[in-house]
Design a protein around this ligand. Structure first.
Ligand code: RNT
Ligand code: ZN
Length: 418
């Protein structure tokens, strides 16, 4: 059978249960997913020499890490060729590019320090999302930034946040696509705190000051990302789940951002998505794979990933949820890590779009869990692979089974020579 014949057969099979695979493919093609630059260099960036801090960690020493902006862009170029669908570029402030020996500290960053990234994004027709970097810097005092009791420290990081709002607006204006700007800090304590509320009140005031920087609400979408713990920050985080969610709920225009590595292992972000959609016009996600902890393993086409995609699709929320990948694995080929994660999330979305969601909801409402179970189970063996193959083909991207050859060649020709 040719690829087209395989797809036609699959299309018929799905049509018999009321799913239009052509429509599913068309919808996915226009749905942007944000690709994080930090998988390419183990969250290092270009504005400092020190270690990665903030309670996050990359493990592994696979050869070929990008060491310069040129290498990172070259690697991303390579990875982007292997990813079907619409992309956005997700940057961190520490990826500022300084030219001619100039340097600006984080509180003094300007749009011009990201001009090369804008050029790169435009070449690929991508919008840009942004993250102030509240870690890996000597002004992180005693593990604290926006919640620091030291006013000079706190002001430095507030000014960094404000600078990032201005840069986010620049990105949106340049690309014509709104910029999601995510605030996450690793602020917290290793051991039992004597004051849990004080740091949170300071954190709240700091984010309020950052968001007081004038910006166009249609162009910049600020978010607050929560976290339950970090390495060396096991007992307390200032930006806990309740803190961050309630901050967003009480500050017009601010979105909650859920990272599915940031909850207790039995809590499911798939269940939280529809809860938040009841209240917020828009929400944001960091899609990752936690293994026993917030380990940031590469996203796979696994059950919880599929469940998260289902919640977005069947609640008709593809335009209300800003989706970004967030993981970093230094123990495997980084181009492959990017590609597997991006393709897995695309598969999860496509599979959710190839689900007879209205029929399934109807069965639930009619209180027919027996038939619902039967049909949900049978759907698992439908010829999804052929639909995925067609999607990749239409996007001009190599289908499964062959793209890894390109990665191996790039590794031999480029990465192993670094
Ligand atoms: C850390 C958060 C945060 C970072 C990136 C690099 O636990 O998930 O989003 O991963 O900002
Ligand atoms: Zn995250």
């Amino acid at each position: 059978m040719t690829q087209k014949e395989r797809y036609e057969a699959a299309k018929q099979a799905y049509a018999s249960i009321g799913v239009d695979t052509d429509a599913a493919i068309a919808r996915l093609k226009e749905t942007p997913v944000s690709l994080h630059c930090w998988q390419g260099d183990d969250v290092t960036g270009f504005d400092h020499d020190g270690p990665l801090t903030g309670g996050i960690q990359t493990t592994g020493d696979y050869p070929g890490r990008a060491r310069t902006p040129e290498e990172l862009m070259q690697d991303m170029d390579e990875a982007l060729k292997l990813m079907p669908g619409k992309k956005k570029l997700n940057l961190h402030a520490c990826y500022a590019i300084f030219t001619d020996g100039e340097y600006a500290d984080r509180d003094k960053l300007e749009p011009k320090h990201f001009a090369k990234w804008v050029e790169f994004a435009k070449e690929h027709g991508m919008g840009i999302d942004f993250n102030p970097t509240f870690f890996s810097h000597d002004k992180v005092k005693d593990g604290l930034t926006l919640s620091s009791p030291d006013e000079e420290t706190r002001k430095f990081w507030i000014d960094h946040g404000k600078a990032c709002i201005r840069i986010s607006e620049y990105f949106a204006k340049e690309t014509g696509i709104p910029c999601v700007m995510n605030i996450w800090t690793g602020d917290g304590y290793k051991d039992i705190p004597a004051d849990r509320m004080g740091p949170r009140m300071r954190y709240k005031d700091s984010i309020e000051q950052i968001l007081a920087e004038p910006y166009d609400r249609k162009l910049v979408k600020p978010c607050v990302e929560s976290k339950v713990f970090g390495i060396g920050v096991e007992s307390y985080t200032a930006g806990s789940g309740e803190f961050s969610l309630l901050f967003a709920a009480t500050h017009e225009g601010c979105l909650p951002l859920m990272d599915n590595g940031h909850y207790h292992p039995t809590e499911m972000v798939s269940d939280k998505i529809p809860a938040l959609l009841c209240y917020f016009p828009e929400i944001a996600l960091h899609i990752t794979r936690p293994v026993r902890w917030d380990s940031d393993h590469v996203v796979l086409f696994d059950d919880e990933t599929k469940e998260m995609a289902k919640e977005i699709v069947r609640n008709d929320a593809l335009d209300r949820v800003y989706m970004a990948l967030d993981y970093f694995d230094a123990s495997i080929n980084r181009i492959s890590a990017w590609t597997v994660g991006f393709r897995s999330w695309q598969k999860a979305l496509l599979s959710a779009l190839c689900t007879p969601n209205e029929n399934f909801k109807k069965l639930q409402e009619e209180n027919n869990p027996t038939e619902l179970m039967v049909l949900q189970e049978e759907l698992k063996t439908y010829p999804f692979g052929a639909v995925w193959e067609e999607y990749c083909t239409q996007c001009g991207v190599i289908a499964d089974g062959k793209w890894f050859e390109a990665v191996k060649k790039y590794e031999a020709d480029v990465l192993l020579k670094r």
